[in-house]
Design a protein around this ligand. Structure first.
Ligand code: BES
Ligand code: ZN
Length: 858
């Protein structure tokens, strides 16, 4: 028997839920009447409950038969077993439970969040976060996604407060000194989508999107930051109704900014919750990346109203059906709204992140067995989201966007108000495409990894072959598990062959055996993965690569240049390309004006910075200046008129890199001057440049600067400003300052929603990484107690930055001796990534040092 799956003898169809939170004692009481269908006679009902005290359980059949239930809670399995004195006959019963619990501070279940109001007094609000398995912490329930039911929620609250839940308020009355707010019935949906929020909160005026009133809620005084979120909220809602061909499945839509929030946002039907920085923004003061983030998150959650909420995966192994789709749809919606943002090009960065993890022996298939809650939590990773969205994009491009959309519509219609599996999606897509989908797609969803496509020229023939890409040789992971390196895929390829200045495109499905293509005699170049939506890497022979590099920048579109460089960098870390060749290649991109191409360059420079021998860091800095300098000179420090957002963002990114990892002295001086000026007169400094100034000044900052930035963090006027100053506290170099930042991650001065990310940054900062690592080891239990549940998992990603053989050994020793499990394969993946970095260090830091030393003198 699976301890984590409930028996199906009794099935809930409706919950009438009443909750009474007390925001001063941080407690709540509740009672519920669950309508259940008993399938076969039984004396026992098992459902989920955790950290709840149950006071009473009664069941009646509406025909005069009532039983009192005995209850037994098992905290380990988070289950409650009710036993009745006589067997319940098959049919409908009403189960009444009363219970109570604590409004916890762990950002899960029914929890409390606090903030300082405009008068400086601390205010508390109560909110919920149930995904994946925490509804059971707020009310006893069948807490699995396929136990869908209708929810009717009533909240009894202090009359001065406001309550929001999934549906519109049906009635409101005063009773016994309380305000009783009753909400309408929800659609049939999963428990993890239920939500209620109580506090002093204010809303924008509703915007009507078709029949749906859309509002943004936030703590008092912040609704001035709601305009942008409201705009993309309305636009994306309309976009999805159109794309899905189905109306929004709720009666209203509220977007709520919660001061303490574990993830970015949560798709509760009709009551989507966000961390403040993912919803509220001052459009005039934000960078392009910050605006893009908000558009992404809002569109993503809105996409879930259908994908996830209306149709839900049957179990957590199929999480990708929720998250990959929402991520894919988010791109479609944002791209349709602002084509000039080139959202699919920037998606390359996400795809690259997925390719990195999926190139590990410790990767996993997108769909992966899940049993315990912590395994469900571990599914929220780059493979579910970014690999999942990438393969959907690849399939969409392969089938054609209209066919794909028709398949999606078919799927949503067929499974509305219910649950579905990957196989159901294939059926719908196959119906629309009039071709079988599993043959092509199963390899991408049910098996780990992806192919490296190699391309060579053999006389007049292009030889195209595939093999699995992994960074490390061998076929076993750290724990000795075999990796199937013989794995092959059905790969949708789009190939561009140029001859005599004329390009032709070939599309084909590459099978196990590879293929050969004849090329004309006056062949010039071949590009595999034209358009860039394939989820694979390409390896060219040196000659073929050189022909492509000749085309940089204008002969290839940005995503193609991005992939070329990204694959070269991956080949370098995998030992397939000498580091010197990669370093040479970076010179060919000096004039590139795509911010994503530069993201790869800059990321690889950071990587090198973490592995180069410390005495050679100044030489590496000189090398970085050599690569970045020319474009910075060209772009300057202030925007030119008519420049688009992407170039503005690029300017910010380049300046930041020049002044930090390039350690450029004049950039530092300039940054200090500009920053100073921006504080005195309201000089219009480009919002994309300002965060770069902050980062540069932190990088070279002293205690006075540190204290200044700390104060700016505390008095920030927008979530974005707050975040910039907060993150800058991890970017200083003097250890005594980093020590202060570390202390603040566990002493309550930094919110626990942010602290894990700060520690992660510190672990990646070469000036502070050892300090941070020692701090983590010494304070592990405290962090485990304080941080939200995914906190340690997020934080520990930083260990990848501890890229020396000594630190690697220590990291391994710690995790093994402490028997730490971060859920799923997470820890194995971090350790393997660390090992890849250390391996590259041992293999290449000699030639790296030699290479960059030339830049010191010149
Ligand atoms: N369903 C998730 C929220 C979530 C994440 C719940 C992890 C439980 C565990 C939500 O739809 C989501 O994906 N949020 C993302 C932001 C999104 C734009 C990628 C997040 O929180 O990072
Ligand atoms: Zn999501």
């Amino acid at each position: 028997m699976d301890l984590y799956r409930l028996p199906r003898r009794a099935i809930p169809t409706r919950y009438d839920l009443r909750l009474e939170p007390d925001l001063t004692s941080f407690t709540f009481t509740g009672d519920e009447t669950v309508t259940v269908t008993v399938q076969e006679p039984t004396t026992e009902i098992v459902l989920n409950a955790a950290e709840l005290e149950i006071m009473e359980a009664m069941i009646d059949n509406g025909g005069g038969l009532t039983h009192r239930g005995m209850f037994e809670l098992n905290e380990a399995t988070e289950r409650c077993r009710l036993t009745f004195p006589a067997a319940l006959t098959a049919g409908t019963w009403k189960l009444r439970l009363s219970f109570r619990g604590k409004l916890n501070d762990k950002l899960r279940g029914f929890y409390r969040s606090s903030y300082k109001d405009q008068a400086g007094a601390t205010q508390v609000l109560a909110a919920t976060q149930f995904e994946a398995t925490d509804a059971r912490r707020a009310f006893p329930c069948w807490d699995e996604p396929d136990f869908k039911a209708v929810f009717s929620t009533t909240l009894a609250i202090d009359p001065a407060l406001t309550a929001v839940s999934n549906t519109a308020v049906r009635s409101e009355r005063l009773e016994g000194g309380k305000k009783i707010v009753q909400f309408g019935d929800t659609i049939r949906m999963s428990t993890y989508l239920v939500a209620f929020i109580v506090g002093t909160i204010e809303a924008t005026k509703p915007v009507a999107v078709g029949r749906t009133p859309l509002r943004i809620w936030c703590v008092p005084g912040k609704s001035r930051l709601a305009k942008f979120g409201l705009e993309i909220g309305a636009i994306s809602l309309r976009f999805f109704e159109d794309y899905y061909g189905l109306p929004y499945p709720g009666d209203k839509l509220d977007l709520l900014a919660i001061p303490d929030f574990a993830s970015g946002a949560m798709e509760n039907l009709g009551a989507i919750t966000f961390r403040e920085s993912a919803l509220l923004v001052d459009e005039q003061a934000a960078t392009h990346a910050e605006l893009e983030r908000i558009a992404d998150v809002v569109a993503h959650e809105n996409a879930h109203m259908w994908f996830g909420d209306l149709v839900t995966m049957s179990w957590w192994n199929g999480l990708w059906l929720n998250e990959a789709f929402a991520t894919f749809m988010e791109m479609l919606a944002v791209d349709a709204w602002k084509p000039e943002w080139q959202r699919w090009t920037t998606f390359g960065v996400s795809r690259a992140a997925a390719l990195s993890v999926d190139g590990l022996h410790s990767t996993r298939p997108i769909e992966f067995p899940v049993s315990a809650p912590r395994e469900a939590d571990a599914m929220f990773d780059v493979l579910t989201y970014e690999k999942g969205a990438s393969v959907l994009r690849m399939l969409e491009q392969h089938l054609g966007p209209d066919v794909f959309r028709d398949g999606v519509r078919d799927y949503l219609r067929a499974h509305a108000y219910g649950n579905a599996d990957t196989g159901d999606l294939w059926v719908s897509l196959g119906r629309a495409a009039k071709q079988p989908v599993p043959e092509v797609m199963d390899g991408w969803i049910f098996r780990p990894g992806y192919p490296l496509i190699s391309v060579s020229l053999d006389g007049p023939a292009l030889v195209i072959e595939q093999q699995r890409f992994t960074y490390l040789p061998g076929s076993a992971d750290a724990k000795g598990r075999e990796t199937d390196v013989k794995q092959r895929w059905q790969v949708p390829l789009q190939i561009k062959i140029t001859a005599k200045g004329k390009a032709t495109t070939r599309r084909l499905l590459l099978g196990e055996k590879g293929t050969q293509i004849q090329v004309p005699t006056d062949f010039e170049s071949v590009l595999v993965n034209e358009g860039g939506s394939g989820f694979y890497r390409v390896r060219y022979t040196q000659d073929l690569l050189e022909r492509l590099v000749q085309l940089v920048p204008d002969g290839l579109v940005p995503i193609e240049r991005f992939n070329l460089l990204n694959d070269a960098w991956a080949a370098t870390t995998a030992g397939l390309m000498p580091i010197t060749e990669y370093l040479d290649l970076t010179a060919r991109f000096r004039a590139d004006r795509d911010k994503n191409v530069w993201a790869i360059l800059i990321e690889s420079f950071h990587f090198l910075h973490r592995i180069i021998a410390p005495p050679d860091r100044p030489a590496l800095e000189a090398f970085v200046r050599d690569r970045i300098g020319p474009l910075v000179t060209e772009l300057g420090w202030t925007p030119k008129s008519g420049e688009n957002n992407l170039i503005r963002q690029l300017r910010g990114d380049l300046l930041r890199a020049l002044g930090t990892i390039g350690n450029d002295r004049s950039a530092r001086t300039r940054a200090a001057e500009l920053y100073q000026a921006s504080r005195q007169t309201p000089t219009p400094i480009d919002p994309n440049v300002l965060p770069a100034l902050i980062a540069i000044l932190a990088h070279s900052g002293d205690a006075a600067r540190y204290n200044e930035f700390w104060e700016r963090f505390r008095s920030a006027g927008t979530p974005q400003e707050e975040r910039r100053y907060l993150y800058s506290l991890a970017a200083f170099q003097p250890v005594e300052l980093l020590q202060q930042t570390l202390a603040r991650t566990i002493n309550g001065e930094i919110r626990t929603q942010d602290a894990p990310f700060i520690v992660r940054l510190l672990l990646m900062n070469v000036s502070g990484r050892e300090l941070a690592w020692n701090f983590v080891k010494a304070n592990w239990e405290t962090m485990d107690r304080l941080y939200p549940k995914n906190g340690l998992r997020r934080m520990c990603e930083g260990v990848i930055g501890l890229a020396t053989p000594e630190l690697e050994r220590d990291v391994q020793e710690f995790f093994t001796s402490q028997k730490i499990d971060l859920g799923g394969k997470t820890l194995d993946q971090y350790l393997e990534q660390l090992h890849i970095a250390v391996t590259l260090r041992e293999r290449a830091s000699g030639s790296l040092s030699k290479y960059v030393r030339k830049f010191l003198t010149s």
